[in-house]
Design a binder for this molecule. Structure first.
Ligand code: ATP
Length: 412
């Protein structure tokens, strides 16, 4: 497989205020045609360091892509450094100069002399026009390697890359075909999960398996490569099936959907509707459900009942129950779910009540204690969880637990 390398150029990327997102986007595009990214470098607007980075990249990678540093100012050094390292002269391209001049004229500005610098192109290189900005890109070949210099702003470099670079990458990746699967798992801890599946996926070098741990779930990414799509698909399906067989209902998708999308599709199919009653999550469950376009098909509405009074007056949770058992209790969670279901007319009501912290915990009900409740027209139930993490994480994990309760109860 071809090896690619990305150099993100710009001193602002070495500050805490800007991050290099270009390389993420480019990596996704490169991977989609079977080209792996082996190294990424971030380098400031410093000629010597940049030269170092470019030389090293060219010594080991088949495709080298830089972003940034193509503008008209003194510190935009990219063209100069690449030209020097590849032993090319920088030549003024009159067609590019004219384009830049016209761009300025069409907006009623006069071109300043420093903008001429953007028309300097390494000898023998191809200019990539930039309809969304003034700095054109550059593409050239050097010792059998492909070099691409892109401007920094994503809205400029992305269309440029797709138009001028992707077709060439597809051609030079020599027919490598990819099949991917994204399995998402919830309800299993990292070490437990790895214990279960490591004996399976380590048997395979193709597909390649990558495991990503996120806030409340785990993603297993599989990438299979072959010289035909059908063979790559076969390889990916074989390992996916084995993993799903092992993990069972803990896997909620093999094609990368969000949990709320999977739940939405399941509710729609079963013609069920949902309503939410939330305390410590403050509406997060409802927000996640309604992120999905078309969620009005199955989501009736939600209530945020933060105080004890609101739990009583809006959801009908008995005052005595709250006083006796506390607002963070299984009974109250269930009563909230029943209350919202009855009042909204939904098929199913779900609820969350808990202590997100950092204050408010007691010995009996420590920070992170969360009850999720569920009610339909026949039964109601609740589940107690003690979640780790800060306030943000506890709220997020609690919302996942509430959604997951619906999936496990009705949709698997
Ligand atoms: P132009 O002259 O058209 O702005 P340029 O090639 O000179 O292009 P830079 O000046 O290096 O680009 O960067 C311009 C802006 O592009 C930055 O302020 C930043 O917002 C964005 N940018 C640059 N590099 C990256 C990166 N690696 N990831 C995400 N955004 C980036």
């Amino acid at each position: 497989m071809l090896k690619a390398e990305i150099i993100a150029i710009g001193s602002e990327l070495l500050t805490p205020y800007r991050s290099d997102t270009n390389s993420l986007w480019l990596t996704q595009r490169l991977n989609s045609v079977g080209i792996d990214v082996h190294q990424k470098t971030i380098v400031g607007d410093d000629e010597a360091r940049m030269e170092d980075a470019v030389k090293s990249a060219l010594s080991r990678s088949d495709v080298v892509i830089s972003t940034g540093g193509l503008g008209p100012t003194e510190d935009d050094l990219t063209r100069k450094v690449f030209a020097r390292v590849t032993g090319r002269q920088l030549l003024l391209d009159y067609a590019v100069l004219e384009e830049i001049r016209e761009r300025f004229a069409s907006r009623g500005y006069k071109m300043t002399p420093n903008n001429e610098r953007q028309a300097l192109v390494p000898a023998g290189a191809t200019v990539l026009s930039n309809p969304n900005g003034s700095a054109p890109g550059v593409k050239m070949e050097h010792d059998g390697r492909l070099i691409v210099l892109l401007p920094g702003p994503p809205r400029e470099n992305q269309p440029m890359f797709d138009t001028f670079v992707m077709p060439e990458l597809e051609r030079i990746s020599r027919g490598v075909r990819l099949a991917r699967r994204v399995l998402k798992v919830t309800g299993l801890g990292e070490s437990h999960l790895d214990d279960l599946i490591a004996p399976i996926y380590t048997e395979y070098s193709n597909p390649v398996t990558t495991i990503l741990f996120t806030d409340s779930e785990v993603e297993i990414h599989l990438t299979a490569t072959s010289d035909s799509y059908s063979r790559a698909e076969e390889l990916a399906t074989e390992l996916t099936d084995k993993l799903v067989e092992k993990l069972g209902y803990y896997v909620y998708t093999t094609t990368g959907e969000l949990l709320e999308e999977v739940i939405g599709a399941g509710l729609r199919k079963r013609e069920m509707t949902l309503a939410t009653a939330e305390s410590c999550t403050g509406g997060l469950v409802a927000e996640r459900i309604t992120r999905v376009p078309g969620s009005s098909d199955y989501f009736v509405g939600g209530m945020v009942t933060y105080s004890n009074d609101a739990k009583n007056s809006l959801l009908g949770v008995p005052k005595e129950m709250i006083e006796e058992l506390g607002p963070v209790s299984g009974e109250v969670a269930e009563a909230m779910a029943r209350g919202v279901r009855q009042r909204s007319g939904a098929t199913v009501g779900i609820s969350v009540t808990g202590v997100a912290g950092p204050g408010g915990g007691t010995d009996a009900v420590p920070v992170g204690t969360v009850y999720v409740g569920l009610a339909d027209d026949v039964v109601s139930g609740n589940r107690r969880l003690v979640l780790g993490g800060d306030r943000h994480l506890i709220r997020w994990r609690a919302s996942t637990a509430a959604l997951e309760m619906v999936r496990r109860r009705y949709l698997v």
